[in-house]
Design a protein around this ligand. Structure first.
Ligand code: ATP
Length: 259
């Protein structure tokens, strides 16, 4: 089930350093949102607060509210591990477990969550997840071979299958195509378009064409200078951000005048 994301006055710190300040954003379910902006403006930092992944770094913390369908993921008693099953993450470099079979890679997240299931249920999950990641036809005859034997693009789709397998509500992607060749990139972009039928998708990308191709809405983040916090400057339908932005800095960035 796809969920709505609302950030309210969200600040993110690394120790005493305020990296991202005052983010307010409302992301609708079943949409793809792209985060764009110059290096260091806090795109990845903010993305990681949506599933509390920043907390794995000592000293990193968030203030404010982050609601998933109205429930604060920073509320008292909320377990970050539970949050991460609702909000999956796909990273820049495909990171399948190299010696594990394709099948076991898909099931890895479920097993980590301590769930046991029958062989036929596991087979169903593997097939559903690989089909959902547009990878089934390419791997169905070699499910017991290691994940590392796949191409980079296939490995990234395997990681997406692993994310889908736990039935998240939201999928976060941090530059998921930056390590891929153009053909694999197109395959992952096609997949992102399909994923929004079931999930809320948020993607960090440096590639403006990619943001324009895959996203419904785009959030432009910016930074006033080194040591200053990153801020969300403008969030609007992608067409508007690229063709008719309200803020001068958005226009300068999307037209390639800085960054
Ligand atoms: N682990 C960390 N410890 C301390 N500061 C960090 C850490 N990670 C990021 N930062 C700082 O937080 C700020 C935001 O970084 P972040 O990586 O979120 O930006 P970004 O917009 O994703 O950049 P890029 O486009 O280069 O990936 C930067 O000033 C960065 O140096």
């Amino acid at each position: 089930m796809s969920k709505r994301i609302d950030a309210i006055d969200l600040n993110v710190y690394y120790g005493n350093f305020l990296a991202v300040e005052g983010v307010n954003i409302n992301i609708e379910p079943k949409t793809v949102t792209a985060f764009i902006g110059p290096s260091g403006c806090g795109k990845t930092t903010f993305l990681r607060t949506i599933n509390r992944m920043h907390e794995v770094l000592p000293g990193a913390r968030a203030e404010g509210k982050l609601l998933l369908d109205g429930d604060d993921i920073y509320g008292p008693g909320v377990d970050p591990v539970t949050v991460r099953t609702m909000v999956g993450m796909v990273f820049q470099r495909p990171n399948p477990f190299p010696t594990m079979s394709i099948r076991d890679n898909v099931l890895a997240g479920i097993k980590l969550n301590g769930k046991s299931m029958s062989k036929s249920d596991a087979d169903d999950v593997v097939e559903r997840s690989l089909k959902g990641a547009n990878l089934w036809n390419e791997v169905k005859d070699r499910l017991d071979r290691p994940g590392s034997g796949l191409s980079g693009g296939q490995q990234q789709r395997l990681c997406i299958a692993r994310t889908i397998a736990v039935k998240p509500d939201v999928i976060l992607m941090d530059e998921p195509c930056s390590a891929l060749d153009p053909i694999s990139t197109l395959a992952v972009e096609d997949l992102i378009n399909e994923l929004k039928d079931e999930y809320t998708v948020v993607i960090v990308t440096h590639n403006m064409q990619q943001a324009a191709r895959v996203s419904d809405k785009t959030a432009f983040f910016n930074i006033a200078g080194t040591g200053k916090p990153g801020k969300l400057i403008e969030y609007a339908p992608t067409q508007e951000i690229f063709n008719n932005p309200k803020e001068k800095s958005t226009e300068d960035y999307v037209s390639g005048r800085f960054g």
